[in-house]
Design a protein around this ligand. Structure first.
Ligand code: FAD
Ligand code: NAP
Length: 549
């Protein structure tokens, strides 16, 4: 069902070409695109259209309908804060709500601000070309429509391009297979089925306990063992819901002040300088409280391997205490990287799931997958008969969806060619050679290292203010200099190298999960608060590093 309601002034004409009325085109109707549409249309009064491949709004929360899908930012922070009225009228039910509730929230936002009338659903962008002659972006959709606009804003998501590994024999499988990031709307019935789950990142760790409850049998295929902290999810009490409503401004100020946009600060104490007994008590309290705050117990966890080892050791002991089978416990605790140097999952009874009689664990480090057969998955040691395979194998993160747009810049150079050695941006917002193209949470933005609504709102506000100022000054073109891009790339690398994060060779932060992808550390690890200051300073200095005309 398509909910497309094209804006009459911008609908394609009979020859398939749109008129030139549009000021801006936005691609993607998740958290980013919805707020960008509202900001440009309702605050600046621009003529804007949003193109979205899906049949509805929501982005991540439209596509990721797998069992167990929920956020792991706390609900009162995993939402917009640009409108206090919106904040006051919405009530979250749980500490970490499930996907349907988050999708309802994003539909509520779209309806409340009457955004859907400017969104074309079921519309995938397959090419976008900048034309220097008219200083406009010309966009082509999968259906062959053409639209053009002065500004093109990509809000296509960092984690929206599903990565289905090209394992030999996949098409021979006689059962059904699914990727968690493109889950069928009607759901999947696991009852009586033998299910194989490949992948133990945040997604696999959320899905396994829920699949195990209904499937006849679940086999978890683990390549890299992972840390996970209990979420301790629970319904929110009326008292907490009132607190959130009453302290809107303070909570927002805290989220803006912290390095990762969460509503908690990293404790200003060193794990190594803390007495072992006291350190253990701090970890225990954080474990009992649950959630990503565990990462905030000490300031040196992400910069000092010895400090990190104290947290890693604590979590391994916890896993061993939960998992009764010593063989499974050994496989689950054989973790080869520092805690939180890959995106740390939080879970609801993940390790407990391995105590169930109907759950097996396969160590792919000991015996890698050789192929998928008609019957199931065959590793070097055995064949596992399956009815359903679930790929929880992640995403072509940060660049996959962007490169999927087919962008061609000023001199006929494609973004794919321009970024062949890895993505290069200025502030994560623009790249040289691609005038008037803005990316929300692009590579070089703090994005995925944060509670994402915070960087998303900051980017949108910055882009909106930039376009407003350009219009006020009669300017119509903005592009960063190659020097500014080179300087930012260097700064992004330096910020990453000051942490333990780039040391994990198999992390998607580096693009290492996608064969052939250049290995470049993509998000900005210098912290959201510092990033905001840098962006504000650039704007205050007349958009230093950009050429405006
Ligand atoms: P998305 O929500 O990814 O939306 C991008 C949209 O662009 C999609 O609808 C897509 O269809 C569309 N699109 C892409 N390419 C095209 C094209 N060529 N043409 C037309 N449309 C296109 N972050 C947190 O901070 N906290 C969390 O708890 C959290 N939980 C997550 C859970 C899961 C399962 C996943 C996968 C991610 C999670 N994230 C979380 C990250 C999450 O992606 C962001 O928080 C946020 O939802 C991103 O919003 P977005 O609008 O930038 O991108
Ligand atoms: P991921 O973190 O990239 O994990 C993918 C898993 O699949 C890894 O265990 C990986 O193993 C495995 N894998 C990939 N290819 C494989 C292959 N060919 N054979 C065997 N195993 C393979 O993906 P994700 O779990 O979907 O999470 C991605 C990101 O989305 C998260 O980091 C997070 O930012 C976001 N997310 C957030 C939430 C939340 O906040 N609630 C939930 C889900 C996802 P290796 O580690 O060995 O590569």
């Amino acid at each position: 069902m398509s909910q497309t309601r094209p804006n009459a002034s911008t609908a394609p004409t009979a020859n398939g070409r749109a008129d030139d009325a549009l000021d801006a085109l936005i691609i993607g109707a998740g958290f980013s695109g919805l707020y960008q549409l509202y900001s440009l249309r309702d605050r600046l009064g621009l003529s804007v259209e949003l193109l979205e491949a899906a049949d509805g709004v929501g982005g991540t929360w439209y596509w990721n309908r797998y069992p167990g899908a929920r956020c792991d930012s706390e609900s009162h922070s995993y939402c917009y804060s640009f409108s206090e009225a919106l904040h006051q009228e919405w009530t979250w039910s749980e500490r970490y709500p499930e996907q349907p509730e988050i999708l309802r929230y994003l539909n509520h936002v779209a309806d409340r601000f009457d955004l859907k009338r400017n969104i074309r659903f079921g519309t995938r962008v397959v090419a976008a070309r900048y034309d220097a002659a008219d200083n406009r972006w010309h966009v082509t959709t999968e259906r062959g429509e053409h639209l053009s606009a002065r500004f093109l804003i990509t809000a296509v998501g960092c984690l929206s391009s599903a990565n289905v590994p090209d394992i030999p024999g996949r098409d021979d499988f006689a059962g059904k297979w699914y990727h968690t990031g493109t889950w069928p709307r009607e759901g999947v019935d696991f009852s009586g089925k033998r299910v194989g789950l490949i992948g133990t990142g945040s997604t696999g760790i959320q899905a396994a306990p829920v699949i195990a409850e209904t499937a006849a049998h679940l086999t978890v295929f683990q390549r890299t063992a992972n840390y996970s902290i209990p979420a301790r999810n629970a319904p929110l009490t009326p008292a907490f819901q009132d607190h959130v409503r009453e302290h809107f401004a303070e909570i927002r100020a805290l989220m803006h002040a912290t390095a990762n946009g969460h509503p908690f600060a990293v404790a200003d104490r060193s794990a190594l300088a803390t007495e072992p007994a006291e350190r253990e008590a701090i970890y225990e309290a954080a474990w009992q409280k649950g959630g990503l705050q565990f990462r905030a117990t000490f300031r040196d966890l992400l910069v000092d391997k010895a400090a990190n080892d104290t947290a890693a050791d604590f979590i391994r002991r916890k896993i061993r205490a939960v998992v009764k089978d010593p063989v499974k416990a050994a496989i689950l605790t054989d973790i080869d990287h520092p805690f939180a140097a890959k995106r740390p999952p939080i879970d609801s009874f993940y390790f407990e799931t391995f105590n169930r009689d109907n759950v097996d664990l396969v160590d792919l480090r000991a015996a890698p997958i050789e192929r998928i057969t008609a019957r199931g998955v065959r590793t070097r040691e055995a064949e596992y008969p399956l009815d359903i395979i679930v790929f929880a194998t992640g995403f072509d993160a940060m660049t996959g969806a962007l490169l999927g747009i087919g962008l061609t810049g000023r001199d006929g150079v494609s973004l794919r060619e321009h970024w062949s050695a890895g993505p290069r941006t200025y502030l994560g917002l623009q790249t040289d050679g691609f005038p008037n193209l803005f990316t929300i949470t692009g590579p070089g933005s703090p994005s995925v290292l944060c509670n994402m609504p915070v960087p998303i709102e900051q980017h949108v506000d910055w882009i909106t203010a930039c376009i407003a100022q350009m219009r006020a000054r009669g300017q119509s073109r903005i592009e960063p200099t190659a020097e500014a891009v080179a300087g930012w790339v260097e700064h992004v690398n330096a910020a990453a190298n000051a942490t333990l994060l780039p040391q994990v060779g198999h992390s998607w932060y580096l693009g290492a999960n996608v064969p052939g992808k250049p290995r470049v550390f993509m998000p900005y690890a210098g912290g959201m608060a510092q990033y905001r200051e840098i962006c504000d300073d650039v704007a205050a200095r007349g958009y230093a590093g950009f050429v405006l005309s």
